[in-house]
Write a protein that binds this ligand. Sequence first.
Ligand SMILES: [Zn+2]
Length: 371
Amino acid sequence: MDEIPLHHVYTYNAVDRAFWREHLEDWLPRRIVDAHFHFIDPCYQIETITEEMRRQYWVLETNLMPTAEVAEHCVRTTFPGREVQVLAFGFPTLGWDIEASNEYVRRECLRRGWRAMALTRPTWVAEQVAWLLDQPGVIGIKPFYSMIGYSRQLREGHLEADILDFLPHHQLEVINERRAWVVLHVPKADRLGHPSNQRQIREIRRLYPDARLVIAHLGRCYTRPHAEEGLLPLADDPGLYFDNSAVINPDVHELALRAIGPERIVYGSDNPVFYMRGRRQWRGRTYINRTSHPFHFNTEREPPEVEARYTLYMYEALRGIKTACERLGLGRDAVEAIFHGNAERIVADIESRKPAAASPVHAIAHSTEAG
Ligand SMILES: [Zn+2]
């Protein structure tokens, strides 16, 4: 009872329960939309992940994919007493069977009243994207630079690509027409502030104003200097949205909430990776992930008594958002908007335009009749 397995090496323990009670229970809204979540049955992974690959890229070691059942168990455990809706996608690299991943995520989301984003390859014709968006339960796409081509370097392989290299114009035209959601994880080591990212985001907004462009992880701005460079120049575009997943830093949340405002930021966890236990520390433009599990990258450990007090990264991130809201004196309306209102409004708008047969409610009824 004391320690509940979540997923992979992650568990939920007494520290987490106490943290929830102290910081989150009375503050988080009853309804929550987690707009950035990865799950996929590992049976769809084609590529064999070697020990060498795990050592090379920390995400491969920390971010094993859960099945839908495990994902649901984790969501219920970490958000006790909350009604949680998840917007989910698989793992965006060519090491996975992408078509089968999309169908699995879509089907499992439908069963749970969740929504799915389809992973897209930039080589697909417009009709392929249109077909995916017409499927019941699918509300948008999750493009990613790793989908440009296979690279054993995984992350670094296409990191310096431009946005339009993996989110091409002909696909954006379809997205714009359907007013669909795009989870945009920006490329470049320089993150959102890179001039090419800034220029192409403005270009996409100008040419495709009805696409719901949602910049993931606040543009990968995890430190204050990156947030100033990346977020501030884009903050005045009233049609541009952001998800705050994987951001822990309260200074970054504060800057984002002040500059962009709570009506254009949606909550996301980036789980399962944020079931990791520990804390993040920032120095200038860099950060270090502290954690208590002996992952290969985890070479700078903290004393055991410090590690014993670690909670889940997702809880630290939630506290970061709470701290920022309190510093800015934001009221309940703002908190409700970030945690469910904004995402629900966008999803409702997208679904109101889908072909009638494609609404999730209808699809669930239909599948019940059929079987
Ligand atoms: Zn993610």
